[in-house]
Design a binder for this molecule. Structure first.
Ligand code: NAD
Length: 277
């Protein structure tokens, strides 16, 4: 137990069964936390929780469990929090990670319904989870980490709806940080650039030239590669466990994707950088 950075703390991670959420869950369990992962795919959630539980058992600290939750439904989020409290008695950290990036297309091809649905999934869910968890986070003087995106800052080709939901998350995070400081609750966002996850693979598979799409995804960073989910997990663990004087900050983790000039002018074959989440 000694030396584990988040021992005894209880963490809820939405979308914790895959990609960045799973990377966070692994880091927090390794740090001794009791992690509740939720998602809306029962089998995947159970499998990830079982694997995490064995990690916890092997190190005799921490725990992991799964709760089914469709974050678009307020009653599912309410249940997620109630089950967490009945299992572990407290909540110290909420990571709002569940979200989706629709395929790229110009505004002309997005319907208002598609935009509204994405707002429900990527943004209203974050509002709901924060609202419902806060009474418990105030008791533990805990913290919230909302997963936004680098594209909230720098924009992205043919991704108006996605960038809008992420920009709103970053702004919401800062406003909530102002209000919750009085209760001792810190609220931060994390803005990943290109992180190689199943969502990114989905984009590669949908691209006309998947190999080129992957290569451009790697080359968009000055570090010359995409990030790994566990690297985002380590940042989130740092924010939760050590960054105790940090609130209302948007933490970019991008491999330097936003640095320097690059060829940006679109040509006849389309945008210069057809990738990025
Ligand atoms: N991968 C990247 O490059 C990147 C970059 C910036 C931001 N992000 C953001 O990071 C987050 C995670 O992305 P990822 O790449 O790990 O994706 P992913 O598809 O690998 O994982 C998404 C997770 O969210 C869950 N989820 C989806 N819809 C849900 C719903 N309705 N209810 C509950 N759970 C649901 C999925 O089951 C899965 O566990 C997203 O918010 C995404 O926008 C990703």
């Amino acid at each position: 137990m000694v030396g584990l950075r988040y021992a005894g703390k209880v963490v809820i991670i939405t979308g914790g069964s895959s990609g960045i959420g799973k990377g966070c869950a692994e880091e927090f369990v390794r740090a001794g936390a009791k992690v509740v992962v939720c998602c809306n795919v029962e089998a995947e959630g159970n499998a990830v929780a079982a694997a995490l539980k064995s990690v916890a058992q092997a190190q005799s600290a921490g725990d992991a469990s799964f709760v089914f939750c469709d974050v678009r439904k307020a009653e599912d989020i309410q249940n997620l929090i109630e089950v967490t409290l009945s299992r572990y008695g407290r909540v110290d950290c909420l990571i709002n990670n569940a979200g989706w990036h629709p395929p790229h297309k110009p505004i002309d091809e997005f319907t208002v319904e598609e935009f509204r649905d994405l707002i429900e999934l990527n943004l209203v869910s974050v509002f709901n989870a924060c609202k419902l968890a806060l009474p418990h986070l105030r008791r533990t003087r805990g913290n919230i980490i909302n997963v936004s995106s680098l594209v909230a800052r720098i924009g992205q080709h043919q991704a108006t709806t996605y960038a809008a939901t992420k920009g709103a998350i970053t702004a919401f995070t800062k406003a909530l940080a102002v209000d919750e400081a009085a209760h001792g609750v810190r609220v931060n966002s994390v803005s990943p650039g290109n992180i190689y996850t199943p969502l990114w693979q989905e984009a590669i598979d949908a691209a006309p030239d998947p190999q080129r799409c992957r290569a451009e995804g790697e080359e968009a960073q000055v570090l010359g590669r995409m990030g790994a989910a566990e690297e985002v997990g380590r940042l989130c663990l740092f924010i939760a466990a050590e960054a105790t004087f940090t609130t209302g900050v948007d933490h970019i983790i991008s491999g330097g994707a936003e640095l320097g000039y690059g060829r940006k002018k679109p040509d006849a074959t389309g945008p210069a950088r057809p990738s990025d989440l």
